[in-house]
Design a protein around this ligand. Structure first.
Ligand code: PPS
Length: 316
Protein backbone atom coordinates (compact mmCIF):
# COMPACT_ATOMS: atom_id res chain seq x y z
CA UNK A 1 0.00 0.00 0.00
CA UNK A 2 2.89 2.39 0.77
CA UNK A 3 4.21 2.25 -2.79
CA UNK A 4 0.75 2.76 -4.19
CA UNK A 5 0.23 5.79 -1.99
CA UNK A 6 3.34 7.54 -3.27
CA UNK A 7 2.60 6.54 -6.86
CA UNK A 8 -0.89 7.93 -6.55
CA UNK A 9 0.16 11.15 -4.87
CA UNK A 10 2.81 11.88 -7.47
CA UNK A 11 0.44 10.94 -10.25
CA UNK A 12 -2.30 13.22 -9.07
CA UNK A 13 -0.08 16.26 -8.67
CA UNK A 14 1.74 15.80 -11.98
CA UNK A 15 -1.44 15.12 -13.88
CA UNK A 16 -3.20 18.34 -12.84
CA UNK A 17 -0.06 20.43 -13.24
CA UNK A 18 0.62 19.14 -16.76
CA UNK A 19 -2.98 19.72 -17.85
CA UNK A 20 -2.93 23.19 -16.36
CA UNK A 21 0.28 24.18 -18.14
CA UNK A 22 -0.80 22.92 -21.56
CA UNK A 23 -0.82 25.58 -24.29
CA UNK A 24 -4.19 27.24 -24.95
CA UNK A 25 -6.39 25.08 -27.15
CA UNK A 26 -4.53 21.80 -26.54
CA UNK A 27 -7.67 20.04 -25.36
CA UNK A 28 -10.14 21.98 -27.43
CA UNK A 29 -12.95 19.91 -28.94
CA UNK A 30 -10.87 16.97 -30.20
CA UNK A 31 -12.62 15.38 -33.20
CA UNK A 32 -13.96 11.84 -33.21
CA UNK A 33 -12.43 9.25 -35.52
CA UNK A 34 -13.95 5.79 -36.05
CA UNK A 35 -12.08 2.78 -34.66
CA UNK A 36 -13.65 -0.45 -35.92
CA UNK A 37 -16.74 1.67 -36.55
CA UNK A 38 -16.84 3.26 -33.07
CA UNK A 39 -16.26 7.04 -32.91
CA UNK A 40 -13.45 7.74 -30.45
CA UNK A 41 -11.37 10.85 -29.70
CA UNK A 42 -8.69 11.23 -32.37
CA UNK A 43 -5.83 10.67 -29.93
CA UNK A 44 -7.35 7.37 -28.87
CA UNK A 45 -7.76 6.35 -32.50
CA UNK A 46 -4.15 7.17 -33.37
CA UNK A 47 -2.87 5.16 -30.36
CA UNK A 48 -5.26 2.28 -30.87
CA UNK A 49 -2.56 -0.37 -31.34
CA UNK A 50 -1.40 0.30 -27.75
CA UNK A 51 -4.92 -0.29 -26.44
CA UNK A 52 -5.29 -3.49 -28.42
CA UNK A 53 -1.97 -4.80 -27.12
CA UNK A 54 -2.65 -3.86 -23.49
CA UNK A 55 -1.64 -6.65 -21.10
CA UNK A 56 -4.22 -7.28 -18.42
CA UNK A 57 -3.23 -8.99 -15.18
CA UNK A 58 -5.27 -11.83 -13.63
CA UNK A 59 -6.41 -9.73 -10.69
CA UNK A 60 -7.36 -6.62 -12.69
CA UNK A 61 -10.95 -5.54 -12.16
CA UNK A 62 -12.50 -3.82 -15.15
CA UNK A 63 -15.25 -1.26 -14.58
CA UNK A 64 -16.97 -0.85 -17.93
CA UNK A 65 -19.70 1.65 -18.75
CA UNK A 66 -21.16 3.74 -21.52
CA UNK A 67 -20.03 7.31 -20.65
CA UNK A 68 -22.08 8.94 -17.87
CA UNK A 69 -23.76 5.74 -16.66
CA UNK A 70 -22.34 5.86 -13.11
CA UNK A 71 -18.67 4.96 -13.63
CA UNK A 72 -17.23 7.26 -10.97
CA UNK A 73 -19.79 6.12 -8.42
CA UNK A 74 -18.89 2.46 -9.01
CA UNK A 75 -15.15 3.25 -9.01
CA UNK A 76 -15.55 4.85 -5.57
CA UNK A 77 -17.62 1.94 -4.21
CA UNK A 78 -15.12 -0.63 -5.45
CA UNK A 79 -12.12 1.29 -4.10
CA UNK A 80 -13.84 1.42 -0.70
CA UNK A 81 -14.49 -2.32 -0.82
CA UNK A 82 -10.93 -3.09 -1.90
CA UNK A 83 -9.76 -1.05 1.07
CA UNK A 84 -12.09 -3.05 3.37
CA UNK A 85 -14.17 0.02 4.14
CA UNK A 86 -11.23 2.15 5.30
CA UNK A 87 -12.65 5.05 3.33
CA UNK A 88 -9.85 7.43 4.40
CA UNK A 89 -7.55 5.44 2.09
CA UNK A 90 -9.65 6.40 -0.92
CA UNK A 91 -8.61 10.02 -0.32
CA UNK A 92 -5.04 9.17 -1.38
CA UNK A 93 -5.60 10.40 -4.96
CA UNK A 94 -8.29 11.45 -7.45
CA UNK A 95 -10.46 8.86 -9.18
CA UNK A 96 -8.56 8.97 -12.49
CA UNK A 97 -5.32 8.07 -10.68
CA UNK A 98 -6.77 5.41 -8.37
CA UNK A 99 -8.61 3.83 -11.28
CA UNK A 100 -6.99 4.83 -14.59
CA UNK A 101 -8.95 5.19 -17.79
CA UNK A 102 -7.66 2.41 -20.06
CA UNK A 103 -8.13 3.95 -23.52
CA UNK A 104 -7.53 7.61 -22.65
CA UNK A 105 -4.73 9.29 -24.59
CA UNK A 106 -4.07 13.02 -24.32
CA UNK A 107 -1.27 15.08 -25.87
CA UNK A 108 2.13 14.26 -24.30
CA UNK A 109 3.46 14.77 -21.69
CA UNK A 110 0.08 13.96 -20.11
CA UNK A 111 0.36 10.31 -19.03
CA UNK A 112 -2.05 8.02 -20.84
CA UNK A 113 -4.32 5.61 -19.01
CA UNK A 114 -1.98 2.81 -20.08
CA UNK A 115 1.11 4.70 -18.77
CA UNK A 116 -0.61 4.95 -15.40
CA UNK A 117 -1.80 1.35 -15.41
CA UNK A 118 1.64 -0.02 -16.27
CA UNK A 119 3.16 1.44 -13.09
CA UNK A 120 0.14 0.75 -10.88
CA UNK A 121 0.50 -2.06 -8.35
CA UNK A 122 -1.98 -4.93 -8.35
CA UNK A 123 -4.82 -5.30 -7.91
CA UNK A 124 -5.57 -2.66 -10.52
CA UNK A 125 -8.95 -1.04 -10.92
CA UNK A 126 -9.35 -0.25 -14.61
CA UNK A 127 -11.97 2.09 -16.10
CA UNK A 128 -13.17 1.71 -19.68
CA UNK A 129 -15.98 3.01 -21.85
CA UNK A 130 -15.16 0.56 -24.62
CA UNK A 131 -17.96 -1.51 -26.10
CA UNK A 132 -17.52 -5.22 -25.38
CA UNK A 133 -16.07 -6.06 -28.80
CA UNK A 134 -13.24 -3.52 -28.48
CA UNK A 135 -11.98 -4.59 -25.05
CA UNK A 136 -8.36 -5.84 -25.30
CA UNK A 137 -8.33 -9.64 -25.58
CA UNK A 138 -5.91 -10.02 -22.67
CA UNK A 139 -8.76 -9.27 -20.23
CA UNK A 140 -10.52 -12.41 -21.46
CA UNK A 141 -7.33 -14.48 -21.65
CA UNK A 142 -6.66 -13.57 -18.01
CA UNK A 143 -10.29 -14.27 -17.07
CA UNK A 144 -10.64 -10.85 -15.41
CA UNK A 145 -13.78 -9.88 -13.56
CA UNK A 146 -15.85 -7.03 -14.99
CA UNK A 147 -18.46 -4.78 -13.40
CA UNK A 148 -20.67 -3.17 -16.01
CA UNK A 149 -22.91 -0.25 -14.99
CA UNK A 150 -25.83 0.63 -17.27
CA UNK A 151 -28.18 3.61 -17.04
CA UNK A 152 -31.46 4.21 -18.82
CA UNK A 153 -30.92 5.80 -22.22
CA UNK A 154 -32.81 9.03 -21.57
CA UNK A 155 -31.02 9.99 -18.36
CA UNK A 156 -27.76 8.77 -19.88
CA UNK A 157 -28.26 11.09 -22.87
CA UNK A 158 -29.07 14.09 -20.65
CA UNK A 159 -26.03 13.51 -18.48
CA UNK A 160 -23.79 13.09 -21.54
CA UNK A 161 -25.15 16.29 -23.09
CA UNK A 162 -24.25 18.37 -20.02
CA UNK A 163 -20.87 16.64 -19.80
CA UNK A 164 -20.07 17.43 -23.43
CA UNK A 165 -20.88 21.07 -22.73
CA UNK A 166 -18.29 21.24 -19.95
CA UNK A 167 -15.72 18.71 -21.25
CA UNK A 168 -13.61 20.77 -23.64
CA UNK A 169 -12.03 17.62 -25.10
CA UNK A 170 -15.28 16.28 -26.54
CA UNK A 171 -16.97 17.66 -29.67
CA UNK A 172 -19.38 20.53 -29.03
CA UNK A 173 -22.78 18.97 -28.29
CA UNK A 174 -24.73 21.84 -29.90
CA UNK A 175 -28.25 22.47 -28.62
CA UNK A 176 -30.18 19.81 -26.71
CA UNK A 177 -32.42 19.37 -29.75
CA UNK A 178 -29.36 18.71 -31.94
CA UNK A 179 -27.83 16.44 -29.33
CA UNK A 180 -30.85 14.12 -29.13
CA UNK A 181 -30.47 13.49 -32.87
CA UNK A 182 -26.70 12.91 -32.54
CA UNK A 183 -27.22 10.52 -29.63
CA UNK A 184 -29.78 8.47 -31.56
CA UNK A 185 -27.48 8.42 -34.60
CA UNK A 186 -24.63 7.24 -32.30
CA UNK A 187 -22.62 10.27 -33.43
CA UNK A 188 -21.06 10.74 -29.98
CA UNK A 189 -17.90 9.51 -28.28
CA UNK A 190 -17.92 5.71 -27.79
CA UNK A 191 -20.80 5.35 -30.23
CA UNK A 192 -24.16 3.71 -29.78
CA UNK A 193 -25.71 3.47 -26.32
CA UNK A 194 -27.89 0.64 -27.68
CA UNK A 195 -25.07 -1.56 -28.98
CA UNK A 196 -23.04 -0.85 -25.85
CA UNK A 197 -25.61 -1.98 -23.28
CA UNK A 198 -26.68 -4.94 -25.45
CA UNK A 199 -23.13 -6.08 -26.22
CA UNK A 200 -22.21 -6.16 -22.54
CA UNK A 201 -25.54 -7.83 -21.66
CA UNK A 202 -24.62 -10.72 -23.98
CA UNK A 203 -21.06 -10.81 -22.60
CA UNK A 204 -22.47 -12.09 -19.27
CA UNK A 205 -22.83 -15.52 -20.90
CA UNK A 206 -19.15 -15.72 -21.82
CA UNK A 207 -17.30 -13.94 -19.00
CA UNK A 208 -17.39 -13.09 -15.31
CA UNK A 209 -19.49 -9.92 -15.68
CA UNK A 210 -21.62 -8.33 -12.97
CA UNK A 211 -24.24 -6.19 -14.71
CA UNK A 212 -25.47 -3.39 -12.45
CA UNK A 213 -28.12 -0.75 -13.11
CA UNK A 214 -27.73 2.89 -12.05
CA UNK A 215 -31.44 2.97 -11.17
CA UNK A 216 -30.98 0.01 -8.79
CA UNK A 217 -28.05 1.80 -7.17
CA UNK A 218 -30.24 4.85 -6.61
CA UNK A 219 -33.15 2.78 -5.34
CA UNK A 220 -31.19 0.78 -2.78
CA UNK A 221 -27.49 1.67 -2.65
CA UNK A 222 -26.67 -0.70 0.23
CA UNK A 223 -28.21 -3.67 -1.59
CA UNK A 224 -26.06 -2.91 -4.64
CA UNK A 225 -22.93 -2.36 -2.50
CA UNK A 226 -23.48 -5.82 -0.95
CA UNK A 227 -23.92 -7.28 -4.45
CA UNK A 228 -20.56 -5.83 -5.55
CA UNK A 229 -18.92 -7.08 -2.33
CA UNK A 230 -20.15 -10.63 -2.97
CA UNK A 231 -18.94 -10.46 -6.58
CA UNK A 232 -15.49 -9.44 -5.34
CA UNK A 233 -15.53 -12.22 -2.74
CA UNK A 234 -15.42 -9.80 0.20
CA UNK A 235 -17.32 -10.47 3.37
CA UNK A 236 -17.58 -7.11 5.12
CA UNK A 237 -19.75 -6.19 8.09
CA UNK A 238 -22.92 -4.12 7.99
CA UNK A 239 -21.04 -1.31 9.73
CA UNK A 240 -18.64 -1.26 6.81
CA UNK A 241 -21.52 -1.28 4.31
CA UNK A 242 -22.99 1.71 6.14
CA UNK A 243 -19.65 3.53 6.01
CA UNK A 244 -19.27 2.86 2.28
CA UNK A 245 -22.86 3.96 1.70
CA UNK A 246 -22.25 7.28 3.47
CA UNK A 247 -18.92 7.87 1.72
CA UNK A 248 -20.36 7.18 -1.76
CA UNK A 249 -23.60 9.15 -1.46
CA UNK A 250 -24.07 11.80 -4.14
CA UNK A 251 -23.72 14.59 -1.56
CA UNK A 252 -20.50 13.17 -0.11
CA UNK A 253 -18.95 12.55 -3.52
CA UNK A 254 -19.93 16.00 -4.78
CA UNK A 255 -17.99 17.51 -1.85
CA UNK A 256 -15.03 15.12 -2.18
CA UNK A 257 -12.20 16.62 -4.29
CA UNK A 258 -10.81 13.11 -4.80
CA UNK A 259 -14.09 12.02 -6.44
CA UNK A 260 -15.59 15.13 -8.06
CA UNK A 261 -12.93 15.79 -10.74
CA UNK A 262 -12.22 19.27 -9.33
CA UNK A 263 -8.48 18.51 -9.59
CA UNK A 264 -8.81 18.62 -13.38
CA UNK A 265 -8.34 22.25 -14.46
CA UNK A 266 -11.07 24.22 -16.20
CA UNK A 267 -9.25 24.25 -19.57
CA UNK A 268 -10.27 20.57 -19.70
CA UNK A 269 -13.37 20.17 -17.51
CA UNK A 270 -15.11 23.51 -17.03
CA UNK A 271 -17.29 22.93 -14.00
CA UNK A 272 -18.58 26.52 -14.18
CA UNK A 273 -20.56 25.33 -17.24
CA UNK A 274 -21.90 22.17 -15.55
CA UNK A 275 -20.72 20.23 -12.50
CA UNK A 276 -19.27 16.76 -12.98
CA UNK A 277 -21.50 15.73 -10.04
CA UNK A 278 -24.45 17.44 -11.68
CA UNK A 279 -27.73 16.05 -10.26
CA UNK A 280 -27.28 12.33 -9.72
CA UNK A 281 -30.96 11.52 -10.18
CA UNK A 282 -33.25 9.16 -12.03
CA UNK A 283 -35.82 10.78 -14.38
CA UNK A 284 -34.11 14.13 -14.88
CA UNK A 285 -34.81 13.40 -18.57
CA UNK A 286 -38.37 14.59 -17.88
CA UNK A 287 -36.98 18.10 -17.43
CA UNK A 288 -35.29 17.97 -20.84
CA UNK A 289 -37.29 15.97 -23.40
CA UNK A 290 -40.11 17.67 -25.28
CA UNK A 291 -43.15 15.55 -26.16
CA UNK A 292 -41.93 15.27 -29.73
CA UNK A 293 -38.32 14.39 -28.78
CA UNK A 294 -39.69 11.75 -26.44
CA UNK A 295 -41.83 10.22 -29.16
CA UNK A 296 -38.95 10.07 -31.65
CA UNK A 297 -36.70 8.60 -28.96
CA UNK A 298 -39.26 5.95 -27.96
CA UNK A 299 -39.76 4.88 -31.58
CA UNK A 300 -36.04 4.43 -32.14
CA UNK A 301 -35.70 2.72 -28.76
CA UNK A 302 -38.33 0.16 -29.67
CA UNK A 303 -36.56 -0.59 -32.96
CA UNK A 304 -33.20 -1.12 -31.25
CA UNK A 305 -34.23 -2.73 -27.96
CA UNK A 306 -37.56 -4.41 -28.70
CA UNK A 307 -37.28 -8.16 -28.23
CA UNK A 308 -34.27 -7.97 -25.90
CA UNK A 309 -34.41 -9.39 -22.37
CA UNK A 310 -32.58 -6.24 -21.23
CA UNK A 311 -35.00 -3.74 -19.70
CA UNK A 312 -34.47 -0.39 -18.03
CA UNK A 313 -36.44 1.79 -15.67
CA UNK A 314 -36.75 5.48 -16.62
CA UNK A 315 -38.41 6.26 -13.26
CA UNK A 316 -38.12 4.65 -9.83
S1 PPS B 1 -17.82 9.46 -16.76
O1 PPS B 1 -17.30 10.78 -17.19
O2 PPS B 1 -18.34 8.69 -17.90
O3 PPS B 1 -16.87 8.71 -15.95
O4 PPS B 1 -19.09 9.83 -15.85
P1 PPS B 1 -19.87 8.83 -14.90
O5 PPS B 1 -19.21 8.80 -13.60
O6 PPS B 1 -20.14 7.55 -15.60
O7 PPS B 1 -21.29 9.52 -14.77
C1 PPS B 1 -21.51 10.76 -14.12
C2 PPS B 1 -22.96 10.74 -13.69
O8 PPS B 1 -23.09 9.93 -12.50
C3 PPS B 1 -23.59 10.73 -11.45
N1 PPS B 1 -23.03 10.30 -10.15
C4 PPS B 1 -23.80 9.88 -9.13
N2 PPS B 1 -25.13 9.71 -9.03
C5 PPS B 1 -25.60 9.29 -7.84
N3 PPS B 1 -24.84 9.06 -6.76
C6 PPS B 1 -23.49 9.20 -6.80
N4 PPS B 1 -22.74 8.97 -5.76
C7 PPS B 1 -22.92 9.64 -8.06
N5 PPS B 1 -21.66 9.90 -8.48
C8 PPS B 1 -21.76 10.31 -9.76
C9 PPS B 1 -23.16 12.14 -11.83
O9 PPS B 1 -23.85 13.11 -11.09
C10 PPS B 1 -23.46 12.13 -13.32
O10 PPS B 1 -24.87 12.11 -13.58
P2 PPS B 1 -25.76 13.43 -13.83
O11 PPS B 1 -27.11 12.92 -14.19
O12 PPS B 1 -25.13 14.19 -14.93
O13 PPS B 1 -25.77 14.16 -12.52
Amino acid sequence: MASYFSYAQAGSMDFSKILHQAPEGTFHRIPLVPVHGIPLMKLIATSWDKVEKFQARKDDLLIATYPKAGTTWMQEIVDCIMNHGEVEKTRRAPTHVRSPFLEMFLPPPVPSGIDMLEVAPSPRLVKTHLPYELVPQSFWQQKCKVIYVARNAKDNAVSYYHFDRMNKMQPDPGTWDEYVVKFLKSDVGWGSWFSHVLGWWDARDKHDVLYVFYEDMKEDPKREIRKVMRFLGKDLSEDVVEKIYQHTSFTAMKENPMANYSTIPSNVLDQSVSSFMRKGEVADWMNHFTVSQNQIFDEEYEKRMGGSTLTFRCKI
